[in-house]
Structure formats: structure tokens, C-alpha cells
Design a protein around this ligand. Structure first.
Ligand SMILES: [Mg+2]
Length: 255
């Protein structure tokens, strides 16, 4: 085995629900012991929020961290410190009109607000207020971006959140950049559960859709054709998928 690149979303995917912590510990140990395996987290969380999650769940730290839905890319140094990828940061910043984004943020359409306590990186992290319709809010936001001259992609997720992203920047493009710039091993296994993982699935050799993630009526047909749907929820399902792909050995714990 020459290794593989495991790229995983955090919430609803890698982070254990109650009762799943032991499954995560076994999965972390198996990945750490697999020759040449590279681990990357790809999350909609900010860098600070991802660090907080890693501390709270005592996660084995990954080699790389894609945060802010792809607008941030960080590498972990041997010292344990994190350093931002300046080439990716420059590319994203070049596609992001921060001044126009600020104007949009100061005059949000009715029904939309900034996600409280979130300091996003080169994007706007918005949410729909209670009782308001996500599709209507998205249409109004699209108009607002147009009127301020902000070129952006809008990404709705979980029926609640709306991310405003630099055009072409998402988890998938950040992963493609990371993969190519560092020459990371293939296959790429991409694990996720929601709409902001679709681009991650697109650039993965083995897309892994969590059992309790996007339903069959929400996932696009190409994904349903290509994806491995986990049979058990949480990290245990990812572990079984990696065994099914021949990337990890059976661990003797009932997998
Ligand atoms: Mg998720």
C-alpha cells in the first residue's frame, strides 16, 4: 500500500455523536498506523472553531485543515503549530472583493443575519432568521450582491445557513489545490454529510456519504451512483468504508 488521502468533514461526519467516541478512537488509531495515510479536515467551521472542536473532542490532529468552506487552508508543522497556505490565501483573496462584501454585509436583505460569534475568513457566513424562507433569502441576497458588484457563489446548507464565497472557492477547489501543490497520495477518500460537501465529493476518488447525511432525494444522481453510503452512522461507518476500499485492515473489533 502506498497510502491514501483521507479528507473528512467534521460536523455530522468525523465528530462522534454520543456513544461513538470509541469508534472514533479506533478509526484514528487505524489511520495513524496506515503507511502513507494523510489526514485532512475539511469544514465549514472557522480556523478557531475547528481548533475548539479538536480540543473538545480530543481529536488526533490532521496534517492539513481546510476551513471556512474552503476559503482557508492550513498545514500542521512538526512542532504542532499551524501555518496558513499563503499561495491559496492569495488566490482566494484575489477572487474576493472585501470592500463590496462589506457593503453587502452592512445592508443584508430582511430575514438574513450574520452567524453570531463567527469571524469568517474571506467569505460571509449568514443564517436565515426564524420563520424566514431560505430560498427567498437566497434570491434577495443574490440581488444584493449584484447591486454592490460582488462576484460571489452562494452556498445554502442545512436549510439554515447561507455562505457567500469567492467565485469558484469551495471545499473541492481547496482540496484540488492541496492535492496538486503537495503531490499527496491517491486515492482521495472524501467523507461528508451535507450540501457543502458536494464539491469535496466531486474531486474524491471514493466519495463517502454518511448514512444520516443528504437523503436520496437531496443528493444529486451522480453522487448516488458514485458514493459509498455508510451502513452505520459516525466514524464507525467511515472505518468500515476504508476497510471495504482495501485501504485499512480489518481491526478485529467487529468491523
Ligand atoms: Mg457536516
Amino acid at each position: 500500500m502506498t497510502g491514501f488521502h483521507l479528507v473528512t468533514d467534521l460536523d455530522g461526519t468525523w465528530l462522534p455523536a454520543p456513544g461513538q467516541a470509541a469508534h472514533l478512537r479506533r478509526l484514528e488509531a487505524a489511520v495513524a498506523a496506515a503507511p502513507g495515510a494523510v489526514l485532512t479536515f475539511a469544514t465549514g467551521r472557522t480556523f478557531a472553531s475547528a481548533q475548539e472542536a479538536m480540543d473538545r473532542w480530543g481529536l488526533c490532529p490532521p496534517h492539513h485543515l481546510i476551513c471556512d468552506v474552503g476559503t482557508g487552508l492550513f498545514h500542521r508543522l512538526p512542532s504542532g503549530d499551524w501555518v496558513e497556505d499563503v499561495a491559496w490565501a492569495g488566490r482566494v483573496a484575489g477572487a474576493w472583493d472585501a470592500e463590496a462584501a462589506g457593503q453587502v454585509a452592512r445592508g443584508l436583505p430582511p430575514g438574513l443575519e450574520a452567524q453570531p460569534g463567527v469571524r469568517p475568513l474571506r467569505r460571509l457566513a449568514l443564517q436565515v432568521q426564524a420563520g424566514c424562507d431560505l430560498a427567498e433569502a437566497e434570491a434577495a441576497l443574490r440581488d444584493a450582491c449584484r447591486s454592490h458588484g460582488l462576484a460571489a457563489d452562494l452556498l445554502p446548507s442545512h436549510g439554515l445557513y447561507l455562505d457567500v464565497l469567492p467565485p469558484g472557492v469551495h471545499k473541492g477547489s481547496a482540496l484540488a489545490f492541496l492535492q496538486a501543490s503537495l503531490g499527496l497520495p491517491r486515492p482521495v477518500v472524501g467523507c461528508g454529510d451535507s450540501a457543502n460537501d458536494l464539491t469535496l465529493f466531486e474531486v474524491s476518488d471514493h466519495p463517502v456519504l454518511m448514512r444520516d447525511g443528504l437523503g436520496d432525494h437531496e443528493a444529486p444522481p451522480w453522487l448516488l451512483r458514485r458514493a459509498h453510503r455508510t451502513q452505520v452512522p459516525g466514524p464507525g461507518g467511515i472505518h468500515r468504508a476504508l476497510i471495504a476500499f482495501g485501504l485499512l485492515e480489518e481491526d478485529g473489533h467487529g468491523h
